[in-house]
Design a protein around this ligand. Structure first.
Ligand code: BDR
Ligand code: CA
Length: 328
């Protein structure tokens, strides 16, 4: 077997973030070097507690646990906007009431410094970002040079054409911190974006989770997802929930699950009606590129490399996710 790929998870845990964390930690192809938390679905303290609780549930299945570091408590410029109607007041579908407060503790260091240090220590590090991009943007602002050594960032974020889930034109993670998302788009770090267009193709149902072998993990994930699944039943009319964040993990394990298109990307932060809207612009031939606006020309000069997933093999992606969890 090949050496596992070093990854760092940056999460606003969150129900689907919790599925993504379990997926990444249980994958033999990934080596999770750390988990940083960021305010998003709920306040950052709750996100941190949720990550620690998930680690406690997974502990008997793992050889070692990654360090957890609490990150930004609010977006760069906007007021925090949460998604408690989707993820519950505690971020894990109000399941925390069934469990004692985790005895594991986060490291008492700055998440931005931890991210930079983890990049320095791991030359081939991939970041998997499943929340607002505040921590990553702060790390880019603090040490762009080091951050440009990152092998790539697999992002759950963005939406185009008729897709949106927050406001009329945006995806939640980009909506919450559009300034951070735009900094990361311009960072020069190779990015692979997984927008709602692909993540809404992939659904997990309660019946899938009921097949998990490990009892503690099965019960935990069924508790955590119930509220999220109920939300989808009420608002989307199906039984189950979108696998948004696990797809950003799947993309690192098996990029062939997606078809990517190279493009320039910006995120709208000033728009009155379009906060957080993803602005994706396909790469053109050089003659047509010569006539492009300044921000595209600048992106060209900086060799900004953004690849956006336009298609996913949803059946294979869900299989990979379930097989990884089922292997326990
Ligand atoms: C994203 O928003 C959050 O609510 C989910 O955790 C996911 O990261 C989907 O738009
Ligand atoms: Ca998330």
């Amino acid at each position: 077997m090949e050496k596992p790929l070093p990854v760092l998870l940056d999460v606003d845990a969150g129900v689907d973030d919790t599925l993504a964390i379990a997926f990444a930690l249980l994958s033999r192809q990934l080596d999770v070097k750390g988990i940083t938390t960021v305010a998003g679905n709920v306040q950052v303290q709750s996100c941190t507690r949720n990550v620690l609780l998930t680690l406690e549930i997974l502990k008997p299945l793992l050889c070692s646990l990654p360090p957890v570091v609490e990150g930004a408590s609010k977006p760069l410029q906007k007021k925090l906007f949460t998604a408690k109607e989707v993820h519950g007041n505690d971020g894990i579908g109000n399941a925390s009431r069934f469990y004692p407060h985790p005895s594991l503790k986060p490291q008492k260091i700055s998440a931005v410094d931890f991210i930079i240090r983890t990049v320095q220590k791991n030359p081939h590090l991939t970041i998997i970002a499943t929340g607002p991009l505040t921590n990553i943007a702060l790390a880019v602002k603090k040490n762009r040079k080091v951050m440009q050594r990152v092998k790539g960032i697999s992002v759950m974020g963005g939406a185009f054409s008729e897709f949106h889930n927050t406001g009329p034109g945006a995806e939640f993670n980009f909506y919450v911190d559009p300034h951070a998302a735009d900094i990361v788009m311009q960072s020069g770090i190779p990015l692979r974006l997984h927008p709602l267009n692909v993540t809404e193709q992939c659904i997990v149902a309660p019946s899938h989770l009921k097949t998990l072998q490990n009892r503690a993990l099965r019960e935990y994930l069924l508790h955590v997802t119930k509220f999220y699944f109920d939300f989808h039943r009420r608002t989307e009319g199906f039984s189950g929930g979108y696998l948004h964040d696990p797809l950003a993990v799947a993309a690192v394990i098996d990029p062939s699950l997606f078809v990517y298109e190279a493009c320039y990307a910006r995120v709208e932060s000033a728009g009155k009606y379009t906060r957080g809207m993803s602005v994706f612009f396909p790469k053109l031939n050089p003659a047509r590129e010569a006539a492009l606006p300044e921000w595209v020309a600048r992106a060209l000069r900086q060799q900004v490399s953004v690849r956006i997933a336009g298609r996913v093999n949803a059946r294979r992606a869900r299989k990979l996710f379930l097989r990884t969890l089922l292997a326990q």
